[in-house]
Write a protein that binds this ligand. Sequence first.
Ligand code: ADP
Ligand code: MG
Length: 352
Amino acid sequence: VKKQTSIPVALYGGRHAVTMLPGSGIGPELMTYVKNVFRYAGAPVDFQIVDIDPKSDDKKELEYAITSIRRNGVAIKGNIETKSESAEVRSRNVAIRNELDLFVNVLHCKSFPGVPARQKDIDIMIIRQNTEGEYAMLEHESVCGVVESMKVVTHSNSERVARWAFDYAKRMGRKKVTTIHKANIMKLSDGLFLETSRRIAKEYPDIEHNDMIIDNCCMQLVSKPHQFDVMIMTNLYGSIVSNVVCGLIGGAGLLCGKNYGDHYAIFEPGTRNTGTAIAGKNIANPVAMLNAAVAMLEHLGHTKHAKLIENAIIQTICHDNIRTQDIGGTNSSTDVVQAIIDHILQADVRPW
Ligand code: ADP
Ligand code: MG
C-alpha cells in the first residue's frame, strides 16, 4: 500500500522544520511543554512559530501561516479562536484545512490502561471527511427570517476519504470499516457518501464493511463501543463522534488528531478545544498536545524519538499515576511534564 502523504525531505543533518501554530487559550502553554520535551528527547525538529491574533481579522497572518506550512509540509497546532461573530469572518482553523486540502482527519481512540474512564479497552479509528459537508460555510438569509445552510458532499471527496480509510485499515491490519450517515433523511448528500463507501469497500474483500445511522451510532458508542473498529463519516458527525469517544476514554486532554492531504499534514489535540477557562492555571492536561507531537515525529520518520516520548507519557500517566485533574489526578501540568522528562532522561535506549 502506498504511503498516502508525502513526507518532507529533511534539512541538512536530518533535521526537520515544522510550523508551530500555538493558537489561543491553553495552546501556547502546551507548546512550551512540547518544546521542552523535544529538547530533552533530542528530537531533530526546528519550530517556526506563527502567532495568529484572535481579535484581528487581518488576512496577512493567516496567509503567512499557510505559506509556512506549504514550505515545511508539516505543522503542529492549537485551536485558533475567531473572536468575531460577524458572518464575514470565517474560522481560520477551517480556512487552513481547506486551503491546504487536508481532506482527512484521523483520530486513533485507544484507551490508556489505568486512566479512569467510562469504558475500558477501546481501540477505534475515526476517519472523518475534513473539508466539506456541513463545514462548507455557505450560509445566507434568503428572505428575512429564513436562513439556509448548505451541506456539500462531493463524489470525489467521498471517494478520497473512503479509499484513505480502507487503505489505512489494510495497512494497520484492521478488520472492519463502518460508514456513519443519515442517508434515510439526507438521501442525496449522505446517500452519495454511503454509496461511494460501499463501492470502494468492494475493492477490499478482506475488510468487512457495514453502515450505521448516526443517532444509533451515538447510542451504540456509549453502551457497546467494542463493536467498532474503523469508522468513516462526514465532517460534522466526525466532530461529534470524536468528542463522544474522547469522553469515553478520559476527555479532551489525551488524544491527538491528525489531518492529512496529499501534500501536507497538521497535528493537533483530537477535540480541537481552546480551553480558555483553564488557560494560565497550570491545570491543562499536556498529554493530548504531546501525543500530537509524537504523531508528528512518526510522520517525519523519527520513530525512535517518537517511541521514547510515547513511552515516557505512558509510564507517567498509566504507571506512576501522575495525572492532571481532568483524568482524576491531583498533579499540575508542569508536574506531568517533569515526570515525562524524567522518564526520557532515565530511558535505557537513546535515539542518538
Ligand atoms: P471549545 O474550545 O470547543 O469551546 P473548551 O475550550 O470549552 O472547548 O473545552 C471543552 C472542555 O474540555 C472544557 O471543559 C475544557 O476545560 C476541557 N479541556 C480541553 N482541553 C483540555 C486539556 N488539555 N486539559 C484539560 N481539559 C481540557
Ligand atoms: Mg473555547
